[in-house]
Design a protein around this ligand. Structure first.
Ligand code: ZN
Length: 353
């Protein structure tokens, strides 16, 4: 984990001489930039950030998944090199690359145990990318990194005990205890979306099990439940039109819920009941200061939080109910890059304990 890179100090010196002469009182010499990477199955989102986690540049490139994803580190390297060139900067201006990958990760050496989307099994991402790019790298799971981003600059508001659950196409989770991301023995800690909530007649999940929370409270799950409900209901509902057009979205469901639609209310309550059941369990286990709900579904905001809180209060242990807050994520798609920057500061430049 300890990287001994002499050129680090040298370039800091060069940069300081570069800083056009005027330095505000108390301001330190110019800091290096950080690269944040959010590695997805279809695109790789990259960002250059200041040392304090402010965005300088954001861009993305397509993910080349051919040959079991072997070209991905090269794609990332070229994307960074091109951007630096465009900005008249060099790799010496970069402190490190923080990268969030979809899969189970071993933090110590940046090994990806498995990232099914990318074709990786036991892929040593950190060492391959460091070799390719010549820049120090820190890797973590994408949901963990988003949780770190929210802890640092978003809804976590600096709290050290934070759980984040991301309700998107799938359901991801990140657990931070006393400022440290929990990884577990094989990097699978925080897989909240794959907690079984239906022990009978559960729907098949992407992970191969049945009845996971993901099959219910992901965007995909909510749409599936909406379609099933509308197929059988005899009640009048404003969702019927969208249903016959085969175009129901989670937003339609929450909009109808907002208007007091009875069928939409049933769907939302059903979904929130299962979500609250799991979050109350997580709450009882960790008693975090904050449980942050992110992902596309969380755009419903207070419409989602209100029923969720009602069931959470019912299922959580009294002390947990009174001390653990439920809140909506604030950083959206930026959480990954910001979390990646935090990890660079923590593990590469060692500015954060
Ligand atoms: Zn699952």
């Amino acid at each position: 984990m300890k990287s001994k890179r002499k050129r680090f100090d040298k370039s800091r010196f060069l940069l300081a001489g570069d800083a056009s002469g005027f330095t505000k009182k108390g301001e330190s010499k110019m800091e290096k930039m950080i690269v944040g990477v959010d590695l997805g199955g279809t695109s790789i989102k990259l960002a250059l950030l200041t040392n304090d986690g402010q965005f300088i540049e954001k861009w993305e490139v397509p993910t080349d998944k051919s040959d079991q994803g072997i070209h991905i580190p090269k794609t990332i390297t070229i994307a960074i090199e091109d951007k630096l060139k465009e900005m008249n900067k060099t790799k010496d201006d970069v402190a490190g690359i923080g990268i969030g990958a979809p899969g189970s990760v071993r933090l110590e050496d940046g090994l990806i145990f498995a990232a099914v989307n990318l074709g990786w099994v036991n892929f040593p991402l950190k060492s391959v990318l460091e070799k390719e790019s010549g820049i120090p790298v820190i890797v973590d799971n994408d949901a963990n990194i988003a949780a770190v981003g929210e802890m640092w600059k978003g809804a976590g508001n600096g709290a050290k005990d934070v759980v984040m659950i991301t309700l998107g196409t799938g359901v991801g989770g990140g657990v931070i205890v006393n400022g440290q991301v929990a990884h577990g023995i094989s990097g699978a800690a925080g897989e909240i979306g794959h907690i079984t909530v239906q022990t009978e007649n559960g729907v098949l999940c992407n992970c191969g099990k049945t009845g996971c929370l993901e099959t219910i409270s992901s965007a995909t799950g909510i749409v599936r439940i909406a379609n099933e409900t509308l197929q059988s209901t005899t009640k009048d509902t404003i969702l019927k039109k969208k249903f016959t057009e085969n175009a129901i979205s989670t937003k339609d469901v929450f909009d109808a819920f907002k208007d007091g639609d009875e069928v939409a209310t049933d769907i939302v309550n059903h979904v929130m009941k299962y979500l609250a059941l799991v979050l109350a369990g997580v709450g009882n286990t960790l008693n975090p200061e904050n449980i942050i709900i992110g992902g596309g579904v969380s755009n419903a905001g207070e419409l989602l939080l209100k029923p969720l809180r009602k069931y959470f209060d019912e299922y959580a242990f009294t002390t947990v109910r009174e001390s653990t807050k439920l809140s909506i994520a604030q950083l959206g798609n930026d959480a990954g890059a910001i979390g990646a920057a935090y990890l660079v500061k923590k593990f590469i430049t060692k500015e954060i304990n």
